[in-house]
Design a protein around this ligand. Sequence first.
Ligand SMILES: Nc1ncnc2c1ncn2[C@@H]1O[C@H](COP(=O)(O)OP(=O)(O)OP(=O)(O)O)[C@@H](O)[C@H]1O
Length: 251
Amino acid sequence: MFDASMMRTAPESRATQVSPILPLTMRDVVLRFGGATVLDGVSLDLGSRGCTVIMGPNGAGKSLLLKLMHGLIAPGSGDILWGGARPSEVMSRQALVFQKPVLLRRSVAANIDFVLKARRKDRSRRTALLEHVGLLHKADQPARLLSGGEAQRLALARALATDPEVLFLDEPTASLDPASVLAIERIMSDARQRGVRVVLVTHDVGQARRMADDVVFLHRGRIAEHSPASDFFPEPRCAAARDYVNGRIVV
Ligand SMILES: Nc1ncnc2c1ncn2[C@@H]1O[C@H](COP(=O)(O)OP(=O)(O)OP(=O)(O)O)[C@@H](O)[C@H]1O
């Protein structure tokens, strides 16, 4: 029988019993490329639980904001602190899933084994992880033969194999069919329920409504609004967010 506890490392044996990674505080963060300011004066606080959804039109700076939070890029100025630590210091306690999963050209199982081995995790968790994302029956197949939705579920299983305290997802369901979208939302929701802090970039307003505890609306490199989902969706405060949620074109 499936035992969800086998999917993750027992909390007492985790090496992450050190200082808490949350809250996240960002203060006056500015990011420039050449002469262009792509994120400007971003200040944001994320609490210890739940799912934050980042929305906004194309080019607003959502992916860059995620990469800054995770420490893949550094700001030109401003501060980003996770429970007082710099992003690079806590990166291994977080996982990032991209829109297009980058998988090893090996079997589905080997993709999980690789991560478990690299992170010195219990190899016996592979079965539970694959079962959790509905891919156990494909364990021996080459990962390159997976459909888009299956590949994304494998990417999520690999991310979960690292026991992340924070899970970043950058448009994980773009171009997937409704059944695949719901399967991935179930996996994200389950992680959130188990205390993983989820930060999700999506253009899918329906998904944002289903997933968000709070919403960050980015517009032209600035945070136009950060509100609890229960306030944001009935009546976004800023005009750009109102237009966006109601399907009107926002530039
Ligand atoms: N390496 C880079 N060099 C120069 N400009 C960049 C670089 N990366 C991103 N940008 C620019 O920064 C802006 C924000 O990019 P970002 O990818 O964060 O947007 P986004 O909100 O995620 O958009 P989308 O919804 O289309 O994915 C864009 O105008 C983009 O062209």
